[in-house]
Write a protein that binds this ligand. Structure first.
Ligand code: DAH
Length: 341
């Protein structure tokens, strides 16, 4: 009887398991192939008497669908790309990380500066970017008529001459000294603002790291040795430094520090304008009047301070010619700076 045959085939199909692609192909040929079981049955169907046609027809269609389903289920298993459910469960498969980002060069160099000074026992502090006149200027001994206070250099907030975007991180020195009694051994990284036209060599915002060391008997020799250590660690062990007398209102004596040009090794090249030296920071012994302004007794304590631009150090390390690149977020520029942080 045709009905019995269909039921028997249905059981066969539903319990079918292929071990490999070849067995599956044999299954397909046997049941769904041109000369296979299904087409044989459909041929036979033509001879089925009228009253049974409906029932047998439904059974036949069901059998064909089941055969197709069994085939499809097995296909997923043997396809070279595993089914989605399998991928998720297989923890040994390599992971697609997609696009991995990179650290901004300014972040990388800031981190390196912090690491170097932390090896000398300096900790890190930060202060606000919106400052008052006292912390940015007055406490640091800037005379009232000093040109750095001009509208030209400073961004004031809402025409209020007392509130401005800080022009340097030296303002954090004042805040830390006001709140801490020595010994103080800290660095202060942060963003600063100046009212400058934007060009390859100047920007209206950039980044600095300020350093401050206050204790009993701190001398200029301590300043020099600390900065020599920094230069050698930051650039290379054979880097030399030189200190040139300079002026800052908040240090006395004051100096600017050059390092031997790290491009030509001090021989002289276009980068160092054939002098063999490049300037990297300002420094000096904290002026006793500044200590006093911040509540520290200059008869008991002395100290040194220094300040450097992170962009400047980054330029020297990576030869970035145009300051604007640091803030344009051009991914072709940024992705060149990969590092394990
Ligand atoms: N604040 C100075 C500037 O922005 C840099 C500086 C010079 C900081 C000498 C210091 C220092 O602490 O002692 O140009």
């Amino acid at each position: 009887m045709m009905k019995d045959r269909i039921q028997q085939l249905l059981a066969e199909i539903q319990t079918f398991k292929a071990q490999n692609k070849e067995e599956l192909e044999q299954f397909r040929i046997k049941y769904l192939g041109k000369k296979g079981v299904m087409s044989e049955l459909f041929n036979e169907f033509k001879t089925v008497p009228g009253e049974m046609r409906k029932e047998i027809g439904v059974m036949l269609n069901d059998l064909k669908n089941k055969a197709q389903e069994t085939l499809n289920e097995h296909k997923d298993l043997f396809e070279s790309k595993p089914a989605a459910s399998q991928t998720v469960n297989d923890l040994t498969l390599p992971v697609d990380l997609g696009q991995v980002g990179s650290h901004h060069p300014i972040s990388l160099v800031r981190k390196e500066i912090i690491d170097i000074f932390s090896r000398l026992g300096f900790n890190v502090a930060e202060g606000p970017e919106i400052e008052d006149d006292w912390h940015n200027f007055s406490a640091l001994n800037f005379p009232q008529e000093h040109p750095a206070r001009d509208m030209q250099d400073t961004f004031f907030i809402e025409k209020n001459p007392d509130i401005a975007l800080r022009t340097h991180t030296s303002s954090v020195q004042v805040r830390v000294m006001e709140n801490t009694q020595p010994p103080i051994r800290s660095i202060f990284p942060g963003r600063v603002y100046r009212n400058e036209a934007i060009s390859a060599r100047a920007h209206c915002f950039f980044h600095q790291v300020e350093g401050l060391y206050i204790d009993k008997n701190v001398s200029f020799a301590d300043l020099k040795q600390t900065l020599l250590y920094f230069a050698k660690e930051m650039f290379s062990a054979d880097t030399k430094i030189r200190l040139r007398p300079s002026y800052f209102p908040f240090t006395e004596p004051s100096a600017e520090m050059d390092i031997s040009c790290n491009l030509c090794g001090g021989e002289g090249c276009g980068f160092c304008k054939h002098t063999g030296w490049v300037e990297i920071l300002g420094c000096g012994m904290v002026d006793p009047a500044v200590l006093e302004n911040c509540g520290i007794d200059p008869k008991v304590y002395s100290g040194f301070a220094f300040g450097m631009g992170i962009e400047r150090i980054t330029n020297l390390k990576y030869q970035v010619k145009d300051l604007r690149m640091f803030s344009e977020n051009d991914i072709r520029f940024l992705k060149q700076f990969r590092s394990a942080f």
